[in-house]
Design a protein around this ligand. Structure first.
Ligand SMILES: [Zn+2]
Length: 601
């Protein structure tokens, strides 16, 4: 252990959002040691160039400063020396997302890729990390939550931690602050839930429900041999939503109000969404963190890495996240079918599914899915949502083809055994191969149409075989996410073919559907919607205004494009039936049996 790289991190100036990070290398490269900060973080496929937050860098050997040359946007080289080198970086941290690093006088949070430089050429060496506290009064009650193994530090304390190599060092996000901590066991190992934020959440209820969900996933895929503790880091501000998966932990953001308080019964829609997020990130512990595309073994964090398989790792995970809620009994079948109806709606409303396949969406994630613009709805498809529907179709297809003997569960277990536990990485054709082997049938047509092509998925026909009827209707309002039958109110006959957002309380066209009435009239994304037939429009009231028109009516639209006031003629067209919902049909007993076996209810 004497030659481990010695890292340290200290919130050196919380008010200025500055961390001081050091790394000492015992045996530097005799030609001049190179240090590199990653350009991206695994799980979020966009070049972020974290080195741009480094505000000062210096190196010393044997107590004397040595030359440190910047080689490119992310790398430095220290002058050759035979002494151990210490590199010191000052890093600005004001990104509160789960992908960033954030420091102020109330807490510190960081992801390894944002703050720890790699010792290039020695990435396999052990890494010792000293986590130090800020020297400010408000930090006196701070505790440390991370899945990194302690090496002398007390549980939740400052001090020494250890990681087996650089990849592991940067896969343990760290939250430091006044934390509420709950502990529970699942799959026979300890789990921790550390919450930042004044939430008044019912910690016992959260631990109970999370344990239930984690146990379900553990039963399905089995405990990975290198998993001996798991940590949920949860930040609960007034609003926000998101998560990022790691090998032994996850960072989550949800709104404070989505957390149940003591006395709450049942599962609110907001809490159901959080449980889905927890389920999603936990499933990633297998699917993408250990079973990953061969292209990711190992990750090249200096540049984009291309694979057509993100739909497998995000789509199948998105399928199992909600499915685990119903299978483990946290929600009922109706609740599950509502969630499925919402995914169907998201895909039905995006014309991009006719232009881009999920294989392409995966491959182009770096510049398209992660850099959505106003035309995204027309041009790209989500490999999460359509991937989840492909997973649904595959699951139902495998069950039908094998007369109920096999399912996607078996496929995932086999993929896990073949490429996950071994660490080999899944080849690009891996999933298709295992699906075909599982049911001894050629699924080439399905994969060509659904994965590599832009064909409509056979969801309706497949669900019917499981006693689930598929319905579509027009959207009720801007807030209508689908998943439910319409209420009593009549549905609007026409639509704008556009989404509106409020900027400084003014309605602005955010995106337009190709061929929709607004686009045909000449409206452009970014136009401020001033008036409809001479009457001012506001975002909140736009639904009730639109309800007053019939198909074929012609209106005058007034918009500001920059400083210019423009007037357009808009012909109202029939609103599409792109809102989906599902209902259970119990007429056929064979189909009822299939449904029970699928949903485990
Ligand atoms: Zn995910």
């Amino acid at each position: 252990m004497t030659d481990a790289h010695k890292y340290s991190i200290r919130p050196s100036n919380p008010a200025a959002h500055l961390f001081e990070v050091t790394v000492t290398v015992a045996k530097p490269d005799p030609d001049g040691q190179v240090f590199a900060i990653p350009a991206w973080i695994p799980g979020s496929y966009m070049i972020r160039d974290y080195a741009r937050h480094v505000v000062a860098a210096r190196a010393e050997a044997d107590g004397v400063g040595i030359e440190l040359k910047k080689l490119d946007k992310s790398q430095w080289r220290a002058a050759p020396t035979s002494y151990p080198i210490t590199l010191t970086l000052e890093i600005h941290a004001l990104d509160e997302s789960v992908r960033g690093a954030h420091l102020d006088t109330t807490h510190a949070y960081f992801n390894g890729p944002c703050v720890f430089p790699a010792v290039v050429g020695q990435e396999d060496t052990d890494c010792a990390l000293s986590i130090e506290n800020a020297d400010i009064d408000s930090a006196k009650k701070w505790r440390v939550a991370t899945s990194m193994k302690t090496n002398g530090a007390e549980q939740y304390g400052f001090g020494q931690y250890i990681a087996g190599d650089y990849a592991e060092l940067i896969d343990h996000p760290v939250e430091i602050g006044e934390l509420s901590i709950g502990e529970f066991e699942a799959g026979g190992i300890p789990h921790v839930l550390a919450i930042r934020g004044n939430t008044r959440a019912d910690m016992a209820r959260l631990c109970h429900d999370f344990a239930h969900l984690c146990d379900y996933h553990m039963q399905m895929l089995g405990k990975p041999s290198d998993l001996d503790r798991y940590v949920f880091l949860l930040h609960a501000p007034g609003s926000g939503y998101g998560g990022l998966e790691h090998g032994w932990s996850t960072s989550l953001v949800c709104s404070r109000d989505s957390l149940p308080v003591r006395g709450d019964e049942g599962v609110s829609e907001e809490y159901r969404t959080l449980l889905g997020l927890v389920s999603h990130e936990y499933f990633h512990l297998w699917n993408v963190k250990r079973l990953k595309p061969a292209a990711f073994t190992p990750y090249d964090l200096t540049q984009e890495v291309y694979t057509e398989l993100l739909w497998v790792f995000e789509g199948i995970t998105s399928y199992y996240d909600d499915l685990a809620l119903v299978r483990s009994g946290l929600i009922g079948s109706d609740g599950y079918l509502e969630l499925l109806g919402q995914i169907l709606t998201r895909i039905a409303r995006g014309a991009g599914r006719k232009r881009q396949s999920v294989a392409e969406s995966s491959f182009e994630a770096w510049t398209k899915f992660y850099k959505k613009d106003a035309n995204a709805g027309n041009a790209i498809v989500s490999y999460y949502a359509k991937g989840a529907l492909i997973a649904l179709c595959l699951d139902l297809k495998l069950r039908l083809e094998s007369d109920g003997k096999h399912s996607l569960d078996d496929v995932m277990r086999e993929c896990w055994k073949r490429w996950g536990e071994s660490g080999d990485g899944m080849p690009e054709n891996g999933l298709e191969l295992v699906c075909a082997e599982t049911v001894d049938a050629d699924l080439g047509d399905f994969f060509n149409a659904s994965v590599r092509g832009t064909g409509e998925l056979p969801v309706e026909a497949l669900l019917r075989e499981f006693g689930v009827d598929f319905h579509t209707r027009r959207a009720q309002s801007r807030a209508d996410k689908g998943g439910k039958a319409a209420g009593d109110e009549s549905l609007p006959a026409v639509w704008l073919g556009a989404t509106l957002m409020a900027i400084a309380d003014k309605p602005v066209f955010a995106s337009l559907t190709n061929g929709g009435p607004a686009e045909l009239a000449g409206v452009s994304p970014g136009d401020e919607f001033v008036a409809l037939d001479g009457v001012r429009v506001n975002v909140g009231g736009s639904d009730s205004r639109i309800r007053r028109y019939k198909v074929g009516d012609v209106s005058t639209l007034t918009v500001f494009r920059g400083d210019d006031l423009l007037t357009f003629k808009l012909t109202w067209a029939e609103a599409p039936g792109d809102t989906c919902f599902l209902t259970i049909n119990t007429d056929d007993s064979a189909r009822n049996i299939r449904r029970s076996s699928w949903l485990k209810v």
